[in-house]
Design a binder for this molecule. Structure first.
Ligand SMILES: Cc1cc2nc3c(=O)[nH]c(=O)nc-3n(C[C@H](O)[C@H](O)[C@H](O)COP(=O)(O)O)c2cc1C
Length: 194
């Protein structure tokens, strides 16, 4: 395998900017990205950003349709470093928790988990009811990492970009990938790539 592959899923929650920055950062790091977006993600995109769907697609190396359950990322034999769902809805959380994987997003996540690869879910909803919390416990028990995009304020972010870079960088840390795009605690800020 020449380039390492990485799956990025964008679902219809608020926070598309996280998935977009993730694609940009993975490209900088030289990974081959496989993007899948849910139908609701495409709807929500227009509400949150000025980007067109083609602009988001252009950030990925390969784009797969969410109904294409025969796409390469639907098989465990297609090796990947893992997957981040950014942002992740409570609906997609529920699908993954139940194992009822009727879309490529949930199928690819299920595959990542069964192959014991890393799955990070940037779940975005608030407040949460007990059903959401139970689903979070279930996916954690089967190997996923729930990482809500909760901003850190100790780095004193001056822009939304800094907040997003911090969260995306911490998510990539979970794959031992250093984005180089945020200031680490008690490390010099000169190391941060802009
Ligand atoms: C603009 C917009 C923002 C939304 N934000 C959220 C959200 O933050 N979290 C969430 O769980 N659902 C959110 N939804 C609802 C989901 O898009 C909806 O439940 C959808 O069926 C999820 O499908 P998916 O998981 O296949 O993307 C939002 C919908 C819209 C249109």
């Amino acid at each position: 395998m020449s380039k390492e592959r990485f799956i990025v899923a964008i679902t219809g929650a608020s926070g598309h900017i996280y998935g977009i920055r993730l694609l940009e950062t993975l490209r900088e790091l030289g990974l081959e990205t496989h993007l899948v977006m849910s139908r609701s993600a495409i709807v929500a995109l227009a509400h949150e950003t000025d980007l067109k769907l083609k602009d988001v697609h252009a950030l990925a190396d390969c784009v797969h349709g969410n109904d294409d359950v025969a796409a390469p990322i639907s098989s465990g034999s297609f090796r990947t470093r893992g997957m981040i769902i950014a942002p992740c809805t409570t609906k997609t959380l529920g699908e993954i928790a139940s194992g009822a994987c009727g879309t490529l997003v949930s199928r690819a996540a299920d595959v990542v988990l069964k192959e014991r690869r890393r799955l990070v879910m940037m779940l975005r909803e608030t407040p949460l009811h007990l059903g959401h919390l139970r689903n979070m416990v279930t996916v954690t028990e089967i190997g996923a990492i729930i990482m809500p995009p909760v901003p850190a304020f100790y780095p004193k972010p001056a822009t939304i970009d800094e907040i997003v870079d911090h969260t995306v960088g911490r998510a990539l840390d979970l794959f031992d990938l250093d984005s180089g795009r945020f200031k680490r605690w008690k490390e010099p800020s000169a190391d941060v790539r802009k």
